[in-house]
Design a protein. Structure first.
Length: 173
């Protein structure tokens, strides 16, 4: 409850009903917007290598325990998206010299996406389409189309979702 109260006032915007578990760390809270009824799990770390990188989460987003989100290039997460435990999102790249300046890259994750446990979304991904599923442990290096199910390292399309795989409540939206 303490973390919820702290971040509700520190963030650029925080929707009603959103909850932050113990151990959440947000490095640049004024650049973070969380929608309504979101959940940010224990030991989640959110930060940026650049001063203007922003994170915008839609409504009913779940960021599970141990996730790491780098929003240096800007990260947009759509409504009803789930980031399973220990998922990673990186929105900047840099040269081979660790002292080189970060190159921000925008990452857009559409609504109704499921990112599996331990999956990594790298800067070259760019976007993940609506209702896509990223398998556990996948390393995503290129855009994922709407309705795709991807898995592996590097992630590849293993199946496309059909309307029978999509709950009726989501088809209308």
């Amino acid at each position: 409850m303490l973390f919820t109260l702290l971040y509700r006032h520190a963030l650029k915007a925080c929707g009603t009903g959103s909850v932050f578990a113990q151990g959440v760390y947000i490095a640049n809270p004024r650049n973070v917007e969380i929608g309504k009824n979101c959940y940010v799990g224990a030991d989640v770390q959110i930060g940026s290598e650049t001063p203007d990188g922003a994170l915008r989460c839609g409504d009913q987003v779940q960021i599970s325990e141990g996730c790491r989100i780098d929003h240096s290039g800007g990260v947009m997460i759509g409504d009803r998206t789930l980031l399973s435990a220990n998922a990673r999102i990186y929105s900047h790249d840099h040269g081979y010299d660790p002292r080189s300046k970060p190159t921000p890259v925008k990452i857009t994750i559409a609504e109704d996406v499921w990112i599996g446990a331990g999956a990594m979304i790298l800067p070259s991904t760019g976007s993940i389409g609506k209702q896509a599923i990223v398998g556990a442990g996948a390393v995503v290096t290129k855009p994922v189309p709407e309705g795709a199910i991807v898995a592996g390292n590097p992630a590849r399309i293993v199946k496309m979702r059909t309307p029978t795989h999509i709950p009726a409540s989501q088809e209308a939206s």
